[in-house]
Design a protein around this ligand. Sequence first.
Ligand code: AMP
Length: 205
Amino acid sequence: MSQRGARAQGQEKCSGWEYHAQGTKILCVTNNESITDLLDRLCAVVPDYPQPGISFKDLTPVFADPIGLRRLVDELIAPFAGSYDIVAGLEARGFVLAAAAAYASGKGMLTIRKAGKLPREVFRDDYTLEYGSASLEIHKDEIAPGTRVLVLDDVLATGGTVGSSARLIERAGGVVAGVGVILELEELAGRKKLSGYDVRSLQLV
Ligand code: AMP
């Protein structure tokens, strides 16, 4: 994964993409670029952000790129096809992925938010992450019992955020159908906190 110098060249490589629609499903019919190449082209790595020692993986250039966004969302949802009823996005970058995924698969979207943002009655869960601690909340009444929830976020680091979200979904009556992330920071072993869940990442870093 590099800094953003190779972008213009990479975009040329992808200019032949085509899509066609089949019902609500959008298929990519021409796709020569590997996920690794795509992320090399689009993910910006920012050293020492937001604090010294953290190598921040900035995926916002993926969201800004029409090919990158569609390709990654398609890849995130593909393994879970038919196994979820709603897509949960984790604030804030997870919202982008979850909204696109929900739209692409004809589902609704659930927002799991930082404390104090949701206006109605919530369940709250406190947890630790790579650089600090945080709390997440979910509306108490947003999902029917047994709703199968696909959880999406950009990066899996220590697993605290996804673990907290899974607890909230279950307290609200839902079932975690799976977890999809773009990047998994392998050395932080977040997956270990998530045993029992089907966790898929598009790229280990
Ligand atoms: P964690 O709870 O430790 O798994 O952290 C995951 C959450 O924090 C995700 O919502 C990420 O967006 C963010 N995050 C943690 N570490 C990084 C990192 N090195 N680069 C980018 N985002 C990160």
